[in-house]
Design a protein around this ligand. Structure first.
Ligand code: BGC
Length: 332
């Protein structure tokens, strides 16, 4: 009896030892597998985190850039975060860049809006080893690795040529521009003025700012129409400016410009195309925001892989008129 008890306790102790041995072995194995996994991820397939910072978070033009950037990020298996001020605001925009630099991301895609304000913050990111690609608007004097977007001087020039063709060289023009300090807007206005300068009967009456907002564009167009009753043409140099001008003309009726104002806009947001189709907007200079988003992510990834990349990647621009649309809108 006593003997069988002893045998029982002995075999229990052996089993316990054996089980704990097996448990320790598997725990150690599991740790090894986890360690291998972690090092696989960090060494062979690093999780890349890029950030796209827009001029205005919910602006429909910027949503197209975001869409292109996101599609490319999904294709390449990297992460892209999208940030931006609620309303266009250079101070707020720079604060966001500073915050993103502090969070040590792998790359920043943003605009070079106001050279004086943006160059230092872009250079700061670069000096901390965070590459910056400018998109849509450049800061050529900064150390950014590349610019992806329209050749804005040429785009403005195209708007000027379009006006010459449509007006036969005779027009009284009010320009509504997104910003007096954004390099892309400055270049567009300059390109436009240079294109028409050989035509003495095309007179630029005034240039006013919209802060890329449709409402402010309407208010600016209204103030031009009040101050210059002879105005017969409006040029809007950012995506919502043309729509603001239409709004002003619709709300003020024939009173101010007697319904004869010609509008040349920028970009092909659906509303702009519909106004072209209806004959309310004559023409628009179309950019490629979706491709800008795609290409900026693509170039950033090539740069991060140590490849040599172009420093300026110009996306296409073209003029779209009613004849280019297939719709059947009636002229109003
Ligand atoms: C410009 C952008 C701007 C947008 C605003 C576009 O035409 O290229 O810089 O943010 O309009 O709506």
């Amino acid at each position: 009896m006593l003997r069988s008890h002893k045998t029982f306790y002995f075999s229990m102790a052996v089993m316990l030892l054996a089980f704990s041995g097996i448990a320790v072995f598997y725990a150690w194995k599991a740790m090894q597998i986890n360690n291998n996994l972690t090092s696989d991820i960090t060494v062979d397939n690093p999780a890349i985190h890029l950030v796209l910072i827009s001029q205005e978070y919910d602006n429909p033009y910027w949503r197209l850039i975001q869409q292109g950037a996101r599609e490319m990020a999904i294709l390449k298996g990297v992460e892209i975060e999208y940030l931006g001020p609620t309303q266009a605001d250079v101070r707020e925009h720079i604060k966001i860049i500073e915050m993103v630099i502090a969070s040590k991301v792998d790359g920043i895609i943003t605009q070079g809006l106001d050279e004086k304000e943006f160059t230092p913050v872009i250079n700061k990111a670069m000096s901390l080893g965070i590459p910056v690609i400018t998109v849509d608007s450049d800061a050529p004097d900064s150390q950014r690795v590349a610019y992806v977007g329209t050749d804005n001087y040429t785009a403005g020039y195209m708007a000027g040529k379009e006006l010459i063709q449509q007006s036969g060289g005779n027009a009284r023009v009010g320009i509504i521009t997104g910003s007096f300090t954004a390099s892309n807007q400055i270049d567009r206005v300059q390109g436009f003025k240079d294109a028409v300068k050989a035509y003495p009967n095309i007179r630029v009456l005034d240039v006013t700012e919209s802060n890329i907002s449709r409402i402010q564009s309407a208010a600016s167009a209204y103030s031009i129409a009040q101050r210059y009753p002879e105005v017969d043409t409006f040029i809007g140099t950012s995506a919502l400016d043309g729509l603001g001008i239409v709004q002003m003309l619709k709300e003020s009726g024939d009173e101010l410009v007697k319904g004869r104002a010609r509008i040349i806009a920028f970009d092909d947001l659906p509303e702009t195309l519909s106004y072209i189709d209806q004959g309310v907007i004559e023409a628009t200079v179309v950019q490629q925001p979706y491709i800008m988003g795609q290409e900026s992510v693509n170039l950033m990834l090539e740069y991060l892989q140590g490849k040599k990349i172009v420093t300026v990647f110009n996306t296409d621009t073209k003029v779209v008129r009613r004849a280019d649309l297939t719709g059947t809108g009636e002229k109003q």
